[in-house]
Structures are given as structure tokens and as C-alpha cells.
Design a protein around this ligand. Structure first.
Ligand code: HEM
Length: 337
């Protein structure tokens, strides 16, 4: 009879459970992220219908629905605002959900005008914010972040509602036209809300996991090199195999993250952007060379072809090390700086 997992020898059991944990972790990463990520909303400061300063920090940790409108609109805006009121009713039991309507006509839509409009559509104070302020800020949000129109005097804006998660990532766009159901929006809000911060954050925690894996690979590579310089061949072999495993894990997590999050852009401008793009370019170019170089180097080492192993390893090691270290730098510049 085939032995059960726990009847097998400890080494085999350990390998099987590591593999099982890995598969479960990766499955966990993928399972929770059916809502795609369309981009990130930058920080902003505007004014609300009460005339108070509205800092986007107010929305940190909240799930929110955004739309763009203007109060004198004779077209779709009144219908959209009526639908926003409907959404307000549906999410009455969810204290962490906010509604945010940005005007595309800040000249006309002053706080008192917005206050009258808010009253007309029975916007709940503290729940539904109607925002106005600098055209430049509103334009950055409308055109660049949400990609839902322009605040340039043309009054052109999308009739979509956008859903933003607790960390400011745009997770969906929903049609509001006549005959379109907003049930999918409510379902998505409940999903984000019911799951709280944890599952949503999982995919967004992956860049940090990736940075740790890159840093670990760099440490292992330096250690492996130090070992062979001291003639410790067996430990060198094991440490280099560990570096290869860690980098393979990184590659898997990297693919999972970018399949979910898409391309994450570096928002800053000026010289720092040039520095970032230079590091990113060299990092990406050399990263493509690492898998074939590492595989050939490993295989020559494992087949005891040490002369040839040494010849290629002198290229593999510095390139791999550069890619691992710049991987951490890119992470830090993109997500932490
Ligand atoms: C891809 C992973 C590996 C890298 C990056 C790597 C890197 C290196 C480097 C840079 C050297 C030359 C050190 C020097 O110039 O003093 C070297 C030598 C050596 N490596 Fe590796 N190594 C790897 C995997 C392995 C494996 C799996 C083995 C298996 C036994 C191995 C066995 C050796 C041996 C025996 C030497 C000494 C060769 C000699 O001096 O002729 N290496 N390795």
C-alpha cells in the first residue's frame, strides 16, 4: 500500500509540505483578486459642499464610488446623481463606504451651489461628498487618474461610476445609462467591504514580498561567492541552489502581481524620473539574461564541469546580483519613496 504523507520519511514529508504550502499561498494570492486594478488615485485637496477643506486622507481605508458631473448639466448628470442616491440607499448598512462626486465646472459649482444640489439629491452628510476646487487638481483626477474626461471648460465627462478600494486603487467602472443595472457595483462594494483590508491587500503586498525575495537572492549570491573563495564547495552549491529557488519564487510572484495589477507607473517627474527609468531599463534588460545564464551555470556546476562553470559564473554572478539589488531599489522608488 502507498504510504500516507505522514508515514513517509521526514525529508520527503518536509519537501511535500513546503510544496503544498507554496501552492496554497500562490492559489491564495490569485483567488482573492477577481476585481482588476485599473490605476491609483493620487492624493488631493479640494473643498466639499459644506465649504470645508476636503483632504483625500479622509478616504484612506474607505471604499468609495466616484463620478464626474456639473450642477447646470442638462444631460445625464441629474440621472447619475439620482443613481448615486440609489447607491447611497443600498450601502446604508456599510459604514466604510463613501460617495464622491467631482464637479467638472469648478467656476460655477462653488460650495454653496454644490450644497443646494446635494440637498436636491438628498446626499447624506459625511457619506456623499460633492467636491470642487482647483481646475488643475480636478483635471488631474478626471483626465489622468480616472480617465473619465477633462476639466478644461468643455464639460465633457464620462457617465461611468468608478469604484475605489481602501488603498486608493481603482477596481471597476460601472455604466449608469438607462437600462443598465448597478447591481454589479453594489456586489463589488459588498465584496470589498466584506473582505476588509486583508484580501484586497494581498496582491498589493506582493511587491513587498518580491523585494524581500530579491534582497534574499542578493544576500545568498554574495554568501555563495564568499564560500567558494574559501573553498567550501558543497555549501557553495547549496547556497547557490537556494538563490536560484528564491529567484524562481520571485519570478512567480512577479507574474501573479502584474497579471492582477497591470503596469504600475512611476508618478514623479524631474531628474528622479530619469534616474528611475535608467535603473528600470538596465534592470529589465539584464533580468531577461538571468534565467538562461543561471540555468547554464547551475547545470555546469551540477555536472562537475567546473572550468566551464567558472567561466560563465563570472558573468552570471554580477548580472544576477545587479538585477536582485536594483529589484529592491525599483520597489523602494515605486512604492515607498
Ligand atoms: C547559478 C548558481 C551558481 C553561481 C552563480 C556560481 C558562481 C560561481 C563563481 C562566481 C565561481 C568562481 C569563483 C572564483 O572565481 O573564485 C564558482 C566556482 C565554483 N562553483 Fe559555482 N556557482 C553556482 C552554482 C554552483 C553549483 C550548483 C555547483 C555544484 C557543485 C558549483 C560549484 C562550484 C565549484 C566547484 C567552483 C570552483 C571551480 C574552480 O575553482 O574551478 N557552483 N561558482
Amino acid at each position: 500500500m502507498k504510504p500516507l504523507l505522514w508515514d513517509r520519511p521526514p525529508a520527503c514529508r518536509r519537501k511535500t509540505s513546503i510544496l503544498a504550502a507554496l501552492v496554497l499561498t500562490l492559489a491564495g494570492c490569485a483567488r482573492h483578486n477577481a476585481l482588476p486594478v485599473y490605476g491609483h488615485v493620487p492624493a488631493f485637496v479640494l473643498s466639499s459642499q459644506t465649504g470645508a477643506v476636503f483632504d483625500s486622507k479622509t478616504l484612506d481605508g474607505k471604499i468609495w464610488v466616484a463620478d464626474f458631473f456639473f450642477t447646470t448639466c442638462m444631460g445625464p448628470c441629474p440621472r447619475m446623481s439620482a443613481e448615486m442616491h440609489w447607491v447611497q440607499k443600498q450601502i446604508g448598512d456599510l459604514p466604510d463606504v463613501r460617495l464622491v462626486s467631482f464637479t467638472v465646472d469648478p467656476q460655477q459649482d462653488t460650495p454653496p451651489v454644490l450644497a443646494a444640489y446635494a440637498q436636491r439629491f438628498r446626499a447624506e452628510p459625511g457619506r456623499w461628498f460633492l467636491l470642487t476646487g482647483s481646475s488643475a487638481t480636478l483635471n488631474t483626477l478626471d483626465r489622468d487618474a480616472f480617465k473619465m474626461g477633462n476639466v478644461d471648460g468643455t464639460f465633457v465627462h464620462s457617465t461611468l461610476f468608478a469604484l475605489v478600494d481602501r488603498r486608493g486603487f481603482i477596481r471597476g467602472y460601472y455604466h449608469t445609462e438607462e437600462g443598465e443595472s448597478l447591481d454589479p457595483l453594489i456586489a463589488a462594494i459588498r465584496r470589498l467591504s466584506g473582505t476588509g483590508l486583508r484580501p484586497v491587500s494581498r496582491v498589493h503586498d506582493l511587491p513587498a514580498v518580491n523585494a524581500v525575495l530579491n534582497a534574499a537572492a542578493a544576500v545568498l549570491l554574495v554568501w555563495g561567492f564568499a564560500l567558494i573563495r574559501r573553498g567550501r564547495k558543497r555549501t557553495h552549491r547549496n547556497v547557490m541552489l537556494a538563490a536560484f529557488t528564491v529567484s524562481t519564487l520571485f519570478l512567480i510572484c512577479y507574474i501573479i502581481y502584474h497579471a492582477q495589477a497591470g503596469v504600475v507607473r512611476f508618478e514623479r517627474t524631474g531628474p528622479i524620473r530619469t534616474v528611475y527609468l535608467t535603473i528600470l531599463f538596465t534592470h529589465t534588460l539584464l533580468a531577461a539574461a538571468v534565467p538562461p545564464l543561471a540555468i547554464v551555470t547551475l547545470s555546469r556546476g551540477l555536472r562537475a564541469r567546473f572550468d566551464r562553470h567558472r567561466a560563465i559564473a563570472r558573468w552570471t554572478l554580477p548580472i544576477w546580483l545587479y538585477v536582485s539589488v536594483t529589484g529592491v531599489v525599483v520597489y523602494w522608488m515605486l512604492y515607498r519613496m
